[in-house]
Design a protein around this ligand. Structure first.
Ligand code: 26Q
Length: 789
C-alpha cells in the first residue's frame, strides 16, 4: 500500500465520524464498520472511473431477485491485494483482522444456488473488466435465520443492516417512481461496489429499496388519526421488507409479484434515463443494452419494457417487441414443474393493469406466429403465455428473449428434449448451454489460503487466480509423495479449524482424524438428505450388530435451511437431529460415527466447511438438480464427490475422471422408464436391511415428539396420495449408495491413493470458474467486450 499513515488516519476519522470514538474505545463491531468505510473511501475514485469508462459501449445488466453476497470485507481486501498490508497495519494498532472481519453479518439476499451464482457472476465480470451491472432488491430482511430447538428448525428474522451497512451507498437523488394499480412508491437505489480481482475494475450492484413518496400524512396526523398517518409509509416499505423463501406452497404471492415488478420497473427506468443522458432517443437502445433474466423472477421486466416503449415513447407495438427481443435473454434454473412461475391473471391486474393488457397483446402475437409455423393446437396450448386464467412467465420470457439457456449440459439437454421441447422445435436457434461456475477468489483464495499458497508455490506464480485452467499443471505432481502429503496435511489443518469452529458454535467435539463427509445445501426432497441419513442409520445398525465392525471413523456433517412451510423438509431436519442425538450419545459406538447438523448454514459458514471436506455429497435424484454449484466448491478444495449422474456432477467427473469420484445410482433414462411402474414397497420387502432402516421411522428408535413428522416421511415413501410413492427414488438408490459409501471407506485407507484423487479433482476444477462461464455469456449472448482503464 502506498501510504499506511494515510490509511490509519482515514480509519481513525471513520471511527470518529461514525461513532464518536477513538481506537481504544471502539468495539470490534465499530472497528469493522470503520475499516469497511476506509476501504470504501479507498476505492471511491476507481469506482467512479469504471462507470465512466463503460458509458460509451454496449453494457449488460443482470436482473435478479436474489444476490447472495455473503460477507464483503475480507473478500474485498483479498481482491484489492490489501489483505496482508491491512493485517500488518492492524497488528501495529494491536488489532486482529480475523476477529474484526468476523463481526460482519452475511448479506443473505438470496435463497441458495441461484442467488449465489448471481454474486459469483458479478465478481467474475468485474475481474474480467466486463461492463455488467447487477439490478435487484434490497430486502430489509434477508433469508430467515435458522436455529435448532429440540431438533426442530425454528425461524427468526434476519435484519442484516441493524448495525448499518458500510458497503452500500444510498443514492436518493437517483430514485425512480414505480407505479402500481393502487399506489406509487419511490424506489431508492443502494449501490454496492463489486471489486474485481486486482481491483482494476469496480462494477456496481444496484439494489432498490421501496419507500413512500410521502413519509407522513400530516393532514391525517393533524386530524388526530395518528395510526393512519403512517399507513402509506408502511405499505410502501412492505414491498421490499422481506425475501421470500423458495417455497413450494407459494403463499403470500401478491407481494412477491409486487417485488418483482418493483425492481424491474425501477431498473428499466434507470437504464432508459442513463441512455437518454447520452442519446437523443431510444432508437439505438437495442444496440447498447443487454438484459439477462435470472430465471422467471424478473420476466415481468419484459412487459414493462414494452409498456414504456409503447406508452411513454410512442413506439409501434410490433417494433417495440422486436427491440425487446434484441435486448432480453433468459436463464432457466429448474426442471421441477412446480417451481415454474404462473401468476393468476387477477394478481397481475392488481399489480399493474396496463402490464396485463400488454401481456395479453403479446400472447396474441405469439399465437399468430405459432400458427404461421403450423404448430398443432396441443403445442400452442403448451407454449401460450395466457392459459386458464394464468400468465406463464417462462413462456413470456422465452418468446421475447433472443437466447434461452440452461445451467449445465444435462440440464440444457433436458430442457430441449423434455421441459421446453415445443419451444426447441420451433425456435432451436434460441437455445444455448452455459454450465455454471464459481469464483475462485472467494471459494479458494480467500477461504483456503493454505491450499492457495501450495498451488502458487507449485505452479511458480499466482496466475491461476485469474486463469483457473492453469490448475491442470498440478497433474505433474500426481506421483510426488511430498506434494501429496502436503495436500493431506493442509486438509487436516482445515479440518482442525472446522472442528474448533463447530465446537465453538454447536458445542460438539468432532475428531479431525475422522472422515469429514459433508452435505450442505437447502433442504429439499429431491436433494435427498433423507437418503444420506438412511445410510447413516444403516451404518449404525451394522455397528450395533457388530461393535468391532471394521469401518473408518466418520463424521457426517449436514447443513441447510428448509422453507418455513415445507413440512417434509422440516421433518428431515428433525430426523437428522434425532439420529445425531441417538448416535452421538451411544457409548457403544465409541465415536466411530458422529452426526452433526450445523445451525444456520449460510455463505460464511460454507467458507469454513468446503475446504474441510473429505467427501462431497451430491446425491440428488438424476435429472432434478439443474446444475449444483456447491459440488464445484468442494472440487476446487480438492475433495472427491460421492454423487449421482446429475447436473454438473456429470461434467465434474468428465473433467476429474470417474475413477477419482464415486458415482452411483439410476440415470435419468432409467428413471424415466420405470417411473410408472416403480414399487418402493417391493424393495422394502425384499431387502431386510433396508426394511430395518425404514422401520426406525415408526418403531420408536427415533422420536419426533408427537409432531407426526416421521410418519409423514414414511407415508412419502409408500403412500399413493397427491404424488407417487417415493417420487425421488430414495429406496431405489439406497443400496447402490451404501455400496458407494463402502468404496469411499476402502479408498480412504490408502492415503496416497486418496490424496491422488484429491489432487486430480483440484487439478481439473478449471472449467468451473465463473470466469469461464461469464466469458461465454459475454461472447455468445451479450456480445460485450472488456474495457480497460
Ligand atoms: C419462487 C416463487 C415464490 C417464492 C420463491 C421462489 C423461488 C426462489 C428461489 C424459486 C426458486 C429459487 C431458487 C432456485 C435455485 O436456487 N435454483 C438453483 O440454481 C442453481 C444455479 O443455477 C443451480 O445450480 C441449482 O441446481 C438450482 O437448484
Amino acid at each position: 500500500m502506498t501510504n499506511k499513515e494515510n490509511f490509519i488516519n482515514t480509519f481513525k476519522l471513520a471511527l470518529r465520524l461514525s461513532f464518536g470514538k477513538n481506537l481504544e474505545e471502539a468495539s470490534d463491531l465499530e472497528k469493522y464498520t470503520a475499516l469497511s468505510e476506509t476501504i470504501m473511501e479507498f476505492i471511491a475514485d476507481k469506482w467512479k472511473e469504471t462507470g465512466e469508462v463503460y458509458k460509451d459501449k454496449r453494457q449488460a445488466y443482470y436482473f435478479s431477485a436474489e444476490f447472495l453476497v455473503g460477507r464483503s470485507l475480507y473478500n474485498n481486501l483479498v481482491n484489492l491485494l490489501l489483505e496482508e498490508d491491512v493485517r500488518e497495519i492492524l497488528e501495529t494498532l494491536n488489532m486482529d483482522l480475523d476477529e474484526i472481519a468476523d463481526q460482519e453479518e452475511d448479506a443473505a439476499l438470496g435463497n441458495g444456488g441461484l442467488g449465489r451464482l448471481a454474486a459469483c457472476f458479478m465478481e467474475s465480470a468485474a475481474t474480467l473488466n466486463l461492463p455488467l451491472t447487477g439490478y435487484g432488491v434490497r430486502y430489509r430482511e434477508g433469508l430467515l435465520k435458522q436455529s435448532i430447538v429440540n431438533g426442530f428448525q425454528v425461524e427468526s428474522g434476519d435484519s442484516w443492516t441493524k448495525n448499518g451497512d458500510p458497503w452500500s451507498i444510498r443514492k436518493y437523488s437517483e430514485s425512480q417512481i414505480v407505479e402500481f394499480k393502487d399506489m406509487k412508491v419511490r424506489a431508492v437505489p443502494y449501490d454496492m461496489p463489486i471489486i474485481g480481482y486486482e481491483g482494476k475494475s469496480i462494477n456496481t450492484l444496484r439494489l432498490w429499496q421501496s419507500e413512500a413518496l410521502l413519509d407522513f400524512d400530516f393532514e391525517k396526523f393533524n386530524n388526530f388519526k395518528y395510526d393512519e398517518a403512517l399507513v402509506g409509509k408502511n405499505r410502501a416499505e412492505d414491498i421490499t421488507r422481506v425475501l421470500y423463501p423458495n417455497d413450494d406452497q407459494r403463499s403470500g404471492k401478491v407481494l412477491r409479484l409486487r417485488q418483482q415488478y418493483f425492481f424491474c420497473s425501477a431498473s428499466i427506468k434507470d437504464i432508459i434515463k442513463k441512455h437518454l443522458e447520452k442519446y437523443e432517443s431510444l432508437d439505438n437502445i437495442d444496440d447498447l443494452v443487454r438484459i439477462q433474466l435470472n430465471d422467471t423472477h424478473p420476466v415481468i421486466g419484459i412487459s414493462e419494457f414494452v409498456r414504456i416503449l409503447v406508452d411513454d415513447y410512442s413506439y409501434d407495438f410490433l417494433q417495440a417487441l422486436e427491440k425487446t427481443q434484441r435486448i432480453f435473454s433468459y436463464t432457466n434454473h429448474t426442471i421441477l414443474q412446480e417451481a415454474m412461475e404462473k401468476w393468476e391473471e387477477s394478481i397481475v391486474e392488481d399489480t399493474n393493469p396496463r402490464n396485463l393488457e400488454i401481456i395479453m397483446a403479446i400472447d396474441e402475437v405469439l399465437l399468430e406466429k405459432l400458427k404461421d409455423k403450423n404448430a398443432t393446437e396441443e403445442e400452442i396450448q403448451i407454449m401460450r403465455i395466457y392459459k386458464d386464467g394464468h400468465i406463464n412467465m417462462a413462456n413470456l420470457g422465452i418468446f421475447l428473449s433472443h437466447t434461452v439457456n440452461g445451467v449445465a449440459k444435462l440440464h440444457t439437454d433436458i430442457l430441449k428434449a423434455d421441459v421446453l421441447k415445443e419451444w426447441y422445435k420451433y425456435y432451436p436457434e434460441k437455445f444455448q448451454n452455459k454450465t455454471n461456475g464459481i469464483t475462485p477468489r472467494r471459494w479458494l483464495l480467500m477461504s483456503n489460503p493454505e491450499l492457495s499458497a501450495l498451488i502458487t508455490r507449485l505452479l511458480g506464480s499466482k496466475d491461476w487466480v485469474k486463469d483457473l485452467s492453469q490448475l491442470k499443471k498440478l497433474e505433474e505432481f500426481i506421483d510426488d509423495d511430498k506434494v501429496l502429503e502436503e495436500l493431506m496435511e493442509i486438509k487436516f489443518q482445515k479440518k482442525k479449524q472446522l472442528a474448533d469452529y463447530i465446537y465453538k458454535h454447536e458445542g460438539i467435539k468432532v475428531d479431525p482424524a475422522s472422515i469429514f463427509d459433508i452435505q450442505i445445501k437447502r433442504i429439499h426432497e429431491y436433494k435427498r438428505q433423507l437418503m444420506n441419513i438412511f445410510q447413516v442409520i444403516y451404518l449404525y445398525q451394522r455397528l450395533k450388530e457388530n461393535p468391532n465392525l471394521d469401518i473408518l471413523p466418520r463424521t457426517f456433517i449436514f447443513g441447510g435451511k428448509s422453507a418455513p412451510g415445507y413440512f417434509r423438509a422440516k421433518a428431515i431436519i428433525k430426523l437428522i437431529n434425532e439420529v445425531a442425538r441417538v448416535i452421538n450419545n451411544d457409548l457403544e459406538i465409541k465415536g466411530k460415527i458422529k452426526v452433526i447438523f450445523v445451525e444456520n448454514y449460510r455463505v460464511s459458514y460454507g467458507e469454513k466447511l468446503f475446504p474441510a471436506a473429505d467427501i462431497s455429497e451430491q446425491i440428488s435424484t438424476a435429472g432434478k438438480e439443474a446444475s449444483g454449484t456447491g459440488n464445484m466448491k468442494f472440487m476446487l478444495n480438492a475433495t472427491p464427490t460421492i454423487g449421482t449422474y446429475d447436473g454438473a456432477n456429470i461434467e465434474i467427473v468428465e473433467e476429474a475422471g470417474f475413477e477419482n469420484n464415486f458415482i452411483f445410482g439410476a440415470r435419468v433414462e432409467e428413471l424415466r422408464e420405470i417411473e410408472s411402474t416403480y414399487q418402493p414397497m417391493e424393495i422394502y420387502l425384499n431387502d431386510y436391511q433396508i426394511k430395518q432402516v425404514v422401520d426406525t421411522l415408526l418403531n420408536g428408535t427415533f422420536v419426533d415428539n408427537d409432531s407426526y413428522m416421521f410418519l409423514d416421511i414414511y407415508n412419502g415413501l409408500f403412500k399413493e396420495d397427491w404424488s407417487k410413492p417415493d417420487s425421488y427414488f430414495i429406496l431405489k438408490d439406497l443400496r447402490p449408495y451404501i455400496e458407494a459409501q463402502g468404496e469411499v471407506d476402502r479408498a480412504y485407507r490408502d492415503q496416497r491413493y486418496w490424496a491422488q484423487k484429491c489432487l486430480m479433482n483440484l487439478a481439473n476444477a478449471g472449467k468451473f470458474s465463473s470466469d469461464r462461464t461469464i466469458k461465454d455469456y459475454a461472447e455468445n449472448i451479450w456480445h460485450i467486450e472488456s474495457s480497460f482503464i
